[in-house]
Write a protein that binds this ligand. Structure first.
Ligand code: NI
Length: 185
């Protein structure tokens, strides 16, 4: 597998509306595996096609692990989602503010309002249709990824232009004991 280069906003591909995936061939399987590898290598929780210079409606998302009482990662608790041509079929009226960052805007985080719950229609990596109902954290990341497929970045959606920080400054200002892992996608 190959670690791919992650594009930053100087590449206009991040601002383009990506094309639907139509062919589910070996090349697509390799690309998806490379995206998973690249996301993990970058300590990200999501990665969309345009971020690796492929203007395709394709994203991978990996949920955070759960831990047992001793703080050890529960095996199999991470869930990997491969979303091909995803569409939001429904979104809750309820909105939640949360902090997120983007692998394409390294070193920065900001507050973004997202629908708390969404229903998504997508194809899996073999072109088979499926539906998902997602809440909270996972719903946030999938909305971030679908934005990428439409040329939208989280900096376009800040709740307030002031609520945008250097990642290390934000971490330093968190009260001890309340630090949360900020999802970078
Ligand atoms: Ni991103």
């Amino acid at each position: 597998m190959t670690i791919l280069q992650i594009e930053t906003p100087d590449n206009p591909v991040l601002r383009k509306k990506a094309r639907p995936v139509k062919v589910f061939d070996t090349d697509l399987q390799i690309l998806i595996d490379d995206m998973i590898e690249t996301m993990r290598d970058a300590n990200g929780v999501g990665l969309a096609g345009p971020q690796i210079n492929q203007s395709l409606r394709l994203a991978v998302v990996e949920t955070l692990p759960e831990y047992d009482e001793e703080g050890i990662e529960i095996e199999g608790s991470r869930e990997l989602l491969v979303l091909v041509n995803p569409e939001i079929a429904w979104e809750s009226r309820k909105i939640a503010d949360g902090i997120e960052g983007c692998l394409s805007i390294p070193g920065w985080v900001g507050e973004v309002a997202r629908h708390e719950t969404i229903r998504v229609r997508a194809l899996d990596r073999n072109g088979k249709k499926f539906r998902l109902r997602l809440k909270d954290w996972t719903a946030r990341i999938v909305q971030h990824e679908i934005d990428h497929l439409n040329g939208i970045l989280f900096i376009d959606r800040l709740t307030d232009p002031e609520k945008f920080w250097r990642e290390d400054e934000f971490a330093a200002e968190q009260e001890e004991g309340t630090e949360e892992d900020i999802p970078i996608a």
